[in-house]
Design a protein around this ligand. Structure first.
Ligand SMILES: CCC/C=C/C(=O)SCCNC(=O)CCNC(=O)[C@H](O)C(C)(C)COP(=O)([O-])OP(=O)([O-])OC[C@H]1O[C@@H](n2cnc3c(N)ncnc32)[C@H](O)[C@@H]1OP(=O)([O-])[O-]
Length: 304
C-alpha cells in the first residue's frame, strides 16, 4: 500500500508541474504524462481522511482523520498529497477546505516517530514526502482554505500556512505556531520562508527562535490566521469565504498566486536534494536524537 502510494506520488509531482498556471514546464525541462484520475462527486481517499467534493459549488472538504493526533507520517503525507493532486486534476473542483475530523486537534505536526530511531534512508524518504506535501499545497491552482479546528503545532501550522486563507476556531485551549526549537530541532529555510511570507520578518524571527505557540486570539493579532469563528461555524464560514475568492477569474487569481509564491517554491526546487541531505545529517545526530527522545518522554509523562 505504502509503496503504491509513493509510486503514485511520483506521478503526482509531474502533474503538479503540469497544472500550475504560469509555469507549466517542469524544472527538468520535460512534460511528464499526468496520472489518470477519475472525477468523482464524492469520494473517500483513504481511511485516514475523507474528501467530499460538492460538484454544485466546486468546493471539496478534506477532513484529516489519523488518530490520535493527525501526526504527519510518511504514508499520511503521501495520502494528503495524492488527494490534493486528484482534486487538482478534477476540472469540477475550484477550491478545497482542509480541516480535521478529530476533536481538538488539527494536526500535531510531523510524526516525531518518523524522525526518531530511523535509518538515514527512511529519514530521507520521509523528508521528501514533507517537501512534496508543501510543494503541492503551496503551488496549488485551487483556492485553499484551512479550517483549523484544534491545535496546530509545527508541521500542522505549516500545512495551514500553505493555504490561501486560514480560519481558526476561537477556543483559547488551542494553539498554533512553529515550535520546532522547543524540540531542539530547526525549521528548515522553506518553513521559515512560509512563516515570513505569512506574518512578516520580525514577527517570524521572534516566533521561530522562541518556538512560540499562539492562542487563536494572538495568532489573529500577528496575522498567522485571518479569522476566528465559533467552532461549529468553522466549515460553513470556510465555504462562505471561498465565495470571495471564486468571484475572481481563476486565471487572474492563479497567475497572481504564482507570482507571489514562485520565488519561495523555486528556492526549494533548486535545493531539494541538498535540503534532504541536510535534514538527514541533522536529524540523525546523537544530540538531536537525544532531544527528540526527551521530548517524546515528556509528551508521554504529560499524558500520564
Ligand atoms: C526539522 C523538522 C521540522 C519538524 C516539524 C514538526 O512538525 S515536529 C512535531 C512537533 N509537534 C509537536 O511538538 C506537537 C506535540 N504534541 C502535542 O503538543 C500534543 O500531543 C497535542 C497538543 C497535539 C495534543 O495533545 P493531547 O493531550 O490531545 O494528546 P497527547 O499529547 O496525549 O498525545 C496523544 C499521543 O500522540 C502522540 N503524539 C503527539 N504528537 C505527536 C507527534 N507530533 N508525533 C508523534 N506522536 C505524537 C503522543 O506521544 C501520545 O502518544 P501515546 O502516549 O498515546 O503513545
Amino acid at each position: 500500500m505504502a509503496t503504491a502510494l509513493r509510486r503514485l506520488a511520483k506521478c503526482s509531482v509531474s502533474a503538479r508541474l503540469l497544472s500550475f498556471a504560469g509555469h507549466s514546464r517542469g524544472r527538468r525541462g520535460h512534460f511528464a504524462r499526468p496520472c489518470t484520475v477519475v472525477a468523482q462527486r464524492n469520494f473517500s481517499s483513504a481511511s485516514t481522511m475523507t474528501v467530499d467534493l460538492d460538484s454544485s459549488t466546486g468546493i471539496a472538504v478534506m477532513k484529516l482523520h489519523s488518530p490520535p493526533v493527525n501526526s504527519l507520517s510518511l504514508d499520511f503525507l503521501t495520502e494528503i498529497a495524492i488527494s490534493l493532486e486528484k482534486l487538482e486534476m478534477n476540472k469540477g473542483c475550484r477550491g478545497v477546505v482542509v480541516t480535521s475530523a478529530l476533536p481538538k486537534i488539527f494536526s500535531a505536526g510531523l510524526d516525531i516517530l518518523e524522525m526518531y530511531g530511523k535509518s538515514p534512508e527512511r529519514c530521507g524518504e520521509f523528508w521528501r514526502a514533507v517537501q512534496e506535501m508543501w510543494l503541492k499545497f503551496y503551488s496549488s491552482r485551487l483556492v485553499t482554505v484551512a479550517a483549523i479546528n484544534g491545535s496546530s503545532p509545527a508541521g500542522g501550522c505549516l500545512l495551514s500556512m500553505t493555504c490561501d486563507y486560514r480560519i481558526m476556531a476561537d477556543n483559547p485551549r488551542y494553539s498554533i505556531g512553529l515550535n520546532e526549537t522547543q524540540l531542539g530541532i530547526v525549521a528548515p529555510f522553506w518553513f521559515k520562508d512560509t512563516m515570513v511570507n505569512t506574518v512578516g520578518h520580525r514577527t517570524a524571527e521572534i516566533a521561530l527562535q522562541l518556538g512560540l505557540l499562539y492562542s487563536p486570539q494572538d495568532a489573529l493579532k500577528i496575522g498567522m490566521v485571518d479569522e476566528l469563528v465559533p467552532e461549529e461555524k468553522l466549515v460553513s464560514t470556510a465555504t462562505e469565504a471561498m465565495a470571495r475568492w471564486f468571484a475572481i477569474p481563476d486565471h487572474a487569481r492563479q497567475i497572481t498566486k504564482s507570482a507571489m509564491r514562485k520565488p519561495t517554491i523555486d528556492k526549494l526546487l533548486s535545493a531539494r536534494e541538498t535540503d534532504i541531505s541536510n535534514f538527514v545529517s541533522f536529524i540523525t545526530k546523537d544530540s538531536i536524537q537525544k532531544s527528540l527522545k526527551l521530548y517524546l518522554e515528556n509528551l508521554r509523562k504529560k499524558k500520564a
